[in-house]
Design a protein around this ligand. Structure first.
Ligand code: PLP
Length: 285
């Protein structure tokens, strides 16, 4: 496998990161995950714009990562991933410096790492739907930054796995925010409802895309807070994200949502999403 580190393409086993990297010491970094379908990147510009948003929020010395698009393309080619599905992981940290809470000198180069590997879509979960649990949101107040500091997410996700569920949905002050690695959408009275963008959730690229699909398909939608009590009465529920695409949720905390099977609007959105990713030229880039 060939990976990328700071301008060089190297065999994965030769990629070495310093123990003084601020990503390792402080989780002082951001990341992105982009899907490719048959070698074509899906929504790469939106992902790289979100990386810039994070870099600005963390006051990195570089905030334009548009060049990473060609890095992703080269990794796809070098790793023979032009057929089928793949996932590209990118991480940018504040670089290497002796451990100190203060930022290192502004000229310290960022550490930029990327890797690509083949991806198996979760077909069974897309087909039958998944169970989720509600978990208290113990994250910080800048969930809009896609930071590599994911401990609250991994703890919550593991809690879900330990309860035989596939995803945990974060609840803050009675409102459902998002999943540990996905956004959430409910269907109530024929309308798709998803929590509004705030600093307490990640502005998902898939979320934005699926709202666009709702528009295209004339499915009414709104970005409105989703309270725990509402969500339990939803007709349908789904999670959306780069790896989960559009996955139906059939139960929360062991209680069925609607009929306990994937609902018709979820299926419509799944189908439209799938049709888009199967066309060679995605719209828009
Ligand atoms: N929310 C969180 C916390 C995530 O980690 C992710 C993706 O990893 C998402 C939402 C979905 O975002 P996207 O659709 O951009 O993958």
């Amino acid at each position: 496998m060939i990976g990328y580190l700071n301008g060089q393409y190297l065999p994965q086993e030769n990629i070495v990161i310093s123990p003084e990297d601020r990503g390792f010491l402080f989780a002082d970094g951001i990341y992105e995950v982009i899907r490719s379908y048959s070698g074509k990147l899906f929504r790469s510009k939106a992902h790289l714009d979100r990386l810039s948003h994070g870099a600005r929020a963390l006051q990195f010395n570089q905030t334009d990562f548009s060049y990473l698009e060609s890095v992703c393309e080269k990794l796809i080619l070098e790793n023979c991933l032009t057929q089928g599905d793949a996932v590209i992981y990118m991480q940018v940290t504040r670089g290497v410096a002796p451990r100190s809470h203060a930022f290192p000198p502004i000229e310290t180069p960022l550490t930029v790492y990327a890797t690509a590997k083949s991806f198996q879509p979760h077909l069974q979960e897309s087909e039958t739907g998944i169970q989720v649990i509600l978990v208290p949101d113990q994250r910080w107040a800048r969930c809009d930054i896609k930071t590599i500091g994911l401990l609250a997410n991994t703890l919550a996700h593991q809690r879900a796995r330990n309860s035989q569920a596939t995803e945990g949905l974060f609840v803050r002050d009675g409102a459902v925010m998002e999943g540990t690695h996905s956004n959430v959408m409910a269907v109530m009275d024929g309308k798709v409802i998803t929590p509004p963008r705030t600093n307490y959730m990640l502005a998902g690229i898939t979320r934005e895309f699926v709202l666009g699909l709702c528009g295209d398909l004339s499915i009414p939608f709104s970005e409105t807070p989703l309270y725990e009590s509402d969500i339990l009465k939803a007709d349908e529920l789904m999670i959306v994200g780069t790896t989960v695409e559009v996955t139906p949720v059939i139960a929360i905390n062991g209680e069925n949502i609607g009929s306990g099977t994937p609902g018709p609007i979820t299926r419509k959105l799944q189908k439209a999403f799938h049709q888009t990713t199967q066309t060679v030229n995605f719209f828009p880039p």
